[in-house]
Design a protein around this ligand. Structure first.
Ligand code: GLC
Length: 550
């Protein structure tokens, strides 16, 4: 076992307001989540990542905060949150929360004060320009929903910068007071007992915005400073960052001090995410092999966080136009399924045509690749999306717990729900819900439980090194291995439809009673590894060696 918990964690992300409603007002809440912790424990989750929990007008799913030191009253109280931390800890589950400090809501008292007068002590907490910046229409994150990054504020009589929506003014991180405040926020939640933060929009937090310069310099030192601060306040706390940047920039986000990461502990692997989608679309593992080959070596303590789906659109912007079109063709054929000219707003099950074999294959692959797996709520039961909802809300529908009205999410009048429950068709709660799957070992949920349990016995994946096994393979098949102090695992995943046979006899000398530990079906024994059968969309996780002494 590694000694860093996050390297062998299973992270589960959710929005409290769509998870479970305990007081029947139609909005999920903290007490509802507490009531479902046993479900998460059984699934094998070891760390929860909660999307923003703070008071917010929620014009961007809570990523528009009005008070960093409180919990949105719709979700509960600070007391409820402390109780959640306690109960989760009892079940061995850590909690990390979103840290959204690139910007605030325009309704935040800081911004209200800042705009009210040039003399306000908060004026310099935001980024202003007296003149209209020439790059006003550049750098938008939400094309189609956002037309500019600088907007004129009549009250302030000045232009303010907002990398995201115009109701999300960017904080000025160059200001030492803002830095001090961010540390205070971090400290506050660490004192309460969170195990770290998912840091939102990191490349933009550290941007030293200059009006007229769409490519403003970045202050990486702030990340070093924050890391030191966090680690001193709580030794085992982690920073998990969203930094969807060019691959050659990634190492600078981890930082390197004598070989050890001294900035971010974990980065989401956006590059791998796009390549995984491309590989699934093409039924060809080559893009994943490239991703494994191209990812930079990490400093000690640095770790990838892998994912197939998150709360945003699948971002395909790092693929070429041709590759993107291949993914669109397969997984987002209708215009309505696409978003921002770069992504897809669907859940994985529906993208894969609800083909159980392919869903298992995709998740077996993600969870076996190097890094810490992140799973989005509802994926474990194969939920679908609601394309009648705007933008990213399509994939933010309530969790489907049972056959009861509103899928057991809430007993409120359906009209009052924070978002409608999917209640029609193949993915409606009548067909897809936890109750239906909980007692059925053959269900997708049963499969996830088994797969995650198997992962627990394979610490090499999270803490070891992963490499592509570079020998001739039948088309469609990826062979990779994970090596660590505890032993070696070998993985075969067939992205293609044909049944094949694989020869891995070159590994025979390393093998010590090799054995299948997770497979899509019963295969003949592994034997000498020279004629391993693999069905179309099949997978085999094979332990070839276990070093017990360690
Ligand atoms: C991140 C979040 C996204 C949010 C944006 C603005 O990209 O993942 O959901 O809209 O930041 O805070």
């Amino acid at each position: 076992m590694g000694d860093r918990w996050y390297q062998e964690a299973v992270v589960y992300c959710l929005d409290i307001d769509t998870f479970a409603d305990s007081n029947d007002d139609g909005v999920g809440d903290i007490r509802g989540l507490i009531g479902r912790l046993d479900y998460l424990a059984r699934l094998g989750v070891t760390c929860l990542w909660l999307h923003p929990i703070h008071p917010s007008p929620r014009r961007d799913g809570g990523y528009d905060v009005t008070d960093f030191y409180n919990v949105d009253p719709r979700l509960g109280t600070l007391g409820d949150f402390a109780e959640l931390l306690h109960q989760a800890q009892n079940l061995g589950i850590r909690v990390i929360i979103d840290l959204v400090v690139n910007h605030t809501s325009d309704e935040h008292p800081w911004f209200q004060a800042a705009r009210s007068s040039p003399d306000s002590p908060y004026r310099d907490w935001y980024v202003w320009s007296d003149k209209e910046p020439p790059d006003r229409h550049q750098g938008m994150v939400f094309p189609g929903e956002q037309t500019e990054t600088w907007s004129y504020d009549r009250t302030a009589k000045a232009w303010f910068y907002h990398r995201f929506y115009n109701f999300q003014p960017d904080l000025n991180v160059a200001n030492p007071e803002v830095r001090a405040e961010i540390k205070k926020i971090v400290s506050f939640w660490l004192q309460l007992g969170v195990s770290g933060f998912r840091m939102d929009a990191v490349p933009f937090i550290i941007e030293l915005t200059e009006p007229g310069n769409p490519d403003s310099p970045k202050d990486m030192d702030f990340l070093t400073e924050l890391r030191q601060y966090v680690q001193w306040r709580r030794g085992d706390a982690v920073l998990l960052a969203e930094a969807n940047v060019e691959p050659d920039m990634l190492p600078t986000y981890f930082g390197d001090s004598g070989g050890s990461a001294n900035r971010i502990h974990m980065l989401f692997d956006f590059m791998l995410n796009g390549r995984l989608m491309l590989a699934l679309a093409r039924r060809d593992p080559e893009p994943v092999i490239e991703a494994l080959r191209d990812t930079p070596a990490l400093p000690v303590g640095g770790q990838w966080a892998t994912f197939l789906r998150n709360h945003d659109e699948i971002d395909l912007s790092r693929l070429t136009a041709e590759q993107r079109n291949q993914v669109y063709e397969q997984f987002g054929p209708d215009e309505d399924m696409r978003l921002y000219g770069r992504g897809i707003r669907r859940r994985l099950a529906s993208m894969l045509g609800n083909d159980r074999r392919r869903i298992e294959l995709a998740y077996a692959l993600q969870f076996s690749l190097r890094g810490t797996p992140v799973l989005r709520y509802g994926e474990e039961i194969g939920m679908g999306e609601d394309l009648s909802l705007p933008g990213r809300e399509a994939i933010r529908t309530p969790m489907q717990w049972s056959y009861k009205e509103n899928g057991g999410f809430s007993t409120a009048d359906p009209e009052k729900l924070v978002r409608p429950v999917v209640d029609k068709g193949e993915y409606g709660y009548q067909k897809v819900n936890v109750t239906a799957q909980r007692r059925d070992p053959r269900s997708l949920l049963g499969w996830f439980e088994r797969m995650i349990r198997t992962l627990r016995e394979a610490p090499e994946i999270g803490s070891g090194t992963t490499s592509h096994i570079d020998v001739a393979m039948p088309p469609g098949v990826l062979a990779h291995r994970a090596d660590g102090p505890t032993g070696t695992m070998v993985f075969l995943h067939n992205l293609g439809t044909e049944d094949v046979e694989v020869d891995l006899s070159l590994l025979a000398t390393e093998a010590d009673l090799p054995i299948d530990v997770l497979t899509d079906r019963n295969y003949e024994e592994v034997g000498k590894l020279d004629s391993l059968k693999l069905a179309g969309y099949g997978y085999r996780w094979i332990r070839i060696r276990r070093d017990r002494e360690l």
